[in-house]
Design a protein around this ligand. Structure first.
Ligand code: ADP
Length: 492
């Protein structure tokens, strides 16, 4: 009987289930949108039950589309949107508040208070992160303070906290297993990256009861089985849980220290595998856990860019100068250059390496000769310039010279973008034939754990390598202009 690995990719805007066969072909895929709520400016929330029900729906759908029996699923791997915070009642299983999404800024007051109290250095030393509403800790504090009686109930052990991975495993196992993995735990601001445990001193500082936290496990291991009530009496082993960006790093085959991947999705995320070393950043990056396999822990340096492909979405949905994202490639190629036009996409401030949450997006260098092709080209170039800013920080922090980068995400389909990226980074850009690398990473980690695959099985076919083709003078000139545009934007 042929067996498959089922990857669940629970993202911010949709949930997908993908079945992979042993040759890593996508046998079937199912996707369901999830709803985002914006109750106040800057707030982003989701219904945790919607996240779970969409997961269950796509799992059932993918099994039925592939016309297989649940018995044929060797194991499940879960990759998930990170940092998003859920707190639920241990007895009833009901969330006590919406999931607060990673993008949400509703906890900036709590973060400002922590900064004023001088917590920045202890937090960054212990967690490798920085104080920012992006990470989970302030979201936990916010829910415990805003929901009546929550704090007392949490102290008595009546509530549980989880990022999306914990919530899904808890629900899928019939409310039996409360775990997270190191890659997700490292995004909470409660996880000590040196000891790889919850940090008691930080818990006390934030006044978060330890009883609500899940048990921290490896990224690739058997956590439990799905409840027999879900998949026709079949108890399917769950064998991997991993944050989406770390999943893509693994899916891209970045197992070696110094290897780098860049994802061009809604946001942009560049990660470098730093092996068993925690590389501390002086340049605005964060030190995160990549994964733990067996007893071996692997770390990564990460630069998170808040707006990448969503800039193209804005050109389509708000400016309406394009009908589809794929059109942008031809439009950008129809002009020789941007003629000094720059877009700085600081719609929600700037993430790595600037971390400026006050500035807003700007367009500079407009002339009467500027047309929509220039605007489109400037948007794609901005995506590449932002990645160059992060890569420069990565080289500075790690001391590693980078000669090639693996790319994925929706906008990695754009050949103009990748050629321009290669030119300005002066390094090779490699794109694989499979673009589902987040799901594939989770599938690989699950498949390794249940002995469905070995490392030798995980090789992939390259689709295309983009090679640098511009002079250094030209790059210095256009990148210099970008830097000026960013500084003008931050000073405005
Ligand atoms: P996520 O998983 O973060 O939701 P995806 O990896 O699916 O996002 O990427 C979608 C983003 O990529 C969208 O914001 C879209 O505007 C952009 N995008 C998709 N195709 C292209 C393209 N050919 N050129 C440029 N941008 C694109």
């Amino acid at each position: 009987m042929e067996k498959f690995i089922m990857a669940i990719d629970q993202g911010t805007t949709s949930t997908r289930a993908i079945l992979f066969d042993h040759e890593r072909n996508v046998v079937a895929m199912s996707q369901k949108e999830t709803t985002l709520f914006y109750p106040q400016p800057g707030w982003v929330e989701q219904d945790a039950n919607d996240i779970y029900l969409s997961t269950l729906a796509v799992c059932m759908d993918v099994i039925s589309k592939a016309k297989i029996s649940p018995k044929q699923i060797a194991s499940i791997g879960i990759s998930n949107q990170r940092e998003t915070t859920i707190i639920w009642d241990k007895e009833t299983g009901l969330p006590i508040y919406h999931a607060i999404v990673w993008q949400s800024k509703q906890t900036d007051g709590i973060c400002d208070e922590w900064k004023e109290k001088g917590y920045e250095s202890i937090i960054s030393k212990k967690t490798g992160m920085r104080i920012d509403p992006y990470f989970s800790a302030s979201k936990i504090v916010w829910i415990l303070n805003h929901v009546e009686g929550a704090k007392e109930k949490a102290k008595k052990g009546g509530l549980l906290f989880g990022t999306v991975d914990s919530w899904l495993v808890w629900k899928l196992t019939g409310q039996q297993v409360h775990i997270t993995d190191v890659s997700n735990a490292s995004r909470t601001l409660l996880f000590n990256i040196e000891t790889c445990t919850w940090d008691d001193e930080l818990l006390e500082l934030f006044d978060i009861p330890k009883a609500i936290l899940p048990e921290i496990k490896a990224t690739s291991c058997h956590y439990g089985n799905t409840s027999p009530y879900l998949f026709l009496n079949e108890e399917i082993p769950i064998c991997a849980v991993v944050g989406d960006q770390q999943a893509a790093l693994f899916g891209q085959g970045c197992y070696e220290m110094g290897s780098v991947k860049n994802t061009y999705g809604t946001g942009g995320f560049m990660l470098m595998n730093t092996g068993d070393k925690i590389v501390r950043s002086n340049s605005g990056l964060v030190s995160t856990v990549a994964w733990k396999i067996g007893d071996k822990i692997t770390y990564a340096l990460e630069g998170s860019i808040f707006v990448s492909g969503s800039l193209i979405k804005w050109l389509r949905d708000e400016l309406k100068i394009i009908n589809s994202a794929s059109q942008t490639e031809q439009m950008a190629l129809s002009v020789d250059s941007c003629n000094g036009l720059y877009i700085v996409p600081a719609f929600v401030g700037l993430g790595a390496p600037y971390w400026n949450d006050k500035c807003r997006a700007s367009i500079v260098g407009l002339t009467f000769g500027t047309n929509k092709n220039h605007l489109v080209r400037a948007a794609l170039e901005a995506m590449a310039f932002q990645s160059k800013d992060v890569l420069e920080a990565m080289v500075e922090d790690s001391g590693v010279a980078i000669s090639s980068i693996k790319v994925d995400g929706g906008a990695a389909a754009n050949n103009f973008l990748l050629q321009f990226q290669s030119d300005i980074l002066m390094c090779d850009i490699e794109r694989y034939k499979i673009n589902e690398l987040t799901a594939l990473g989770a599938a690989y980690l699950a498949g390794l754990s249940c002995s469905y695959w070995t490392y030798d099985d995980l090789k992939m076919d390259l689709d295309r390598v983009f090679k640098p083709s511009r002079s250094k003078e030209n790059i210095d000139k256009i990148y210099g202009g970008w830097k000026k545009a960013v500084h003008a934007c931050m000073e405005f």
